[in-house]
Structures are given as C-alpha cells and as structure tokens.
Write a protein of this length. Sequence first.
Length: 251
Amino acid sequence: MSDSKLAGQFFDAAIGLLRQVRDEDAGEIEAAGSLIADTVVDGGRLFAFGAGHSSLAAQDIVYRAGGLALMNLLTVPGVVGVDVMPATLGSALERVDGLASAVLDCSPLRSGDLLVIISLSGRNALPVEMAVNARALGVKVIGVTSVAYATETTSRHVSGTYLKDHCDVVLDSRIPVGDAELTLDSIEAPFAPASTVVTSALLQAVMATAAGALADRGVEPPLLRSGNVDGGHEWNGRVMTEYGDRIFYRR
C-alpha cells in the first residue's frame, strides 16, 4: 500500500470522527458552551487540565488568538506534555492517588469557577480525583473523554469510577479504545492516533458556542486577537487589564 493511501485513510478516519462528534455531541457542546458563558457572566474563572497528550488540547484553548482570555491552564508538574524525563514518569503520575488533591489545594480554583478536564481514557486516578475534588469545592466540571473506555477497560481509581461519572457535562470524543485509527497486515500494532485532532476540534466548537452565548446575552466575549496582526497587542492589553483578576497565566 502506498504512503499516500495511508495518509488518505487517516484523513478519512479523522473526518469521520469529526462528523460523528458534530452530529452526536451537539447537545453536549451547546450545554458546555452555555456553562462557560454562565461562569463568565457570574464572575467565575475558567481553567483547563489534561495530562500527557491530553494536555495538548488543554493548551490549545489557553492564551490563544480567537480564544477566551479567561481560560487558564491548570498544571500538574510532571504530567503536562512529554517534556519530563523520563517521559514514562508522566504516565505513572496519572495513577498516583492523592496527587490531584494536593494540586487543587495549591491552586486558585474556588467555588463558582469552571474546570475542563481532558482525559482520553478517563480511567486513571488523577483525572477522576480531580473531577471529584473540584466539584466538592463548588467548581463546575466539563469532562472530555472517550466514553467507550468505561465499558472496555477497568478503572484505576479506588472508587471504580471514571471521569465521565463526575462531570456536569460530558463531551464524548468517540475515539476507539487504543487511540489508533489504522491497521496494516505488515505492521503488528495499530497506528495513527486521532484523539488530539478530534478533542481539540471539539473544544474549539465549545469555545465558539460560549462566545456566541455571551453575545446573545449582550456581553462582549473577552476574546484575544493575534499578536501578529496590527493592533493585536493593544487589543489584548485592554482585555487583560479589564479581566486581570481572572487571568493567571500572566502572573
């Protein structure tokens, strides 16, 4: 099989998943966008968290041109990305009981805020505990996960539950267990993961919905502009000054 044919198959698989979440998650996308708009209007702060490669989708909605200036990254040292050495440490930390509690105790999260938690499998201790403890603080939780994992894997949290069980809104990425879209007889393992593409698109759809919901209420969405267009820095400076008490990535 030619490399170009495999590339085409991957694009087809990714496009198929995008269509599926567009059509089947429409209600949840609207609910998540409305919840974010509610939080902004009520004076709450917005945070996003993801571990490992799930952190890529979290970072994609923080300090982003065209995105909400109020979205902040909630970080857990050692699990954000694969820059930690060894990279396998990040995966191990996701399974540590009590880590999320320690992080939340030291974070600025408070009642009335909103936290987006991204975890493809939703089965590890860290995202589950993060959701449970955040909601106990009075924080609204939007979970982004593949619900299929809850029926095809076992939970690694002491409760036996998954991220999806502890959210105000669940966005199902529809990614199949194993996160690889292609197979080939001459290659033993499945390959070509699409979770980052789909999860990032799903969250950008939510952000767009939130912006529209704010506008519908007569509230100017606190959006950032690109610093690479004329006037972008000045625009962003005004937004950050107005909402400085809810923006933590500048401190």
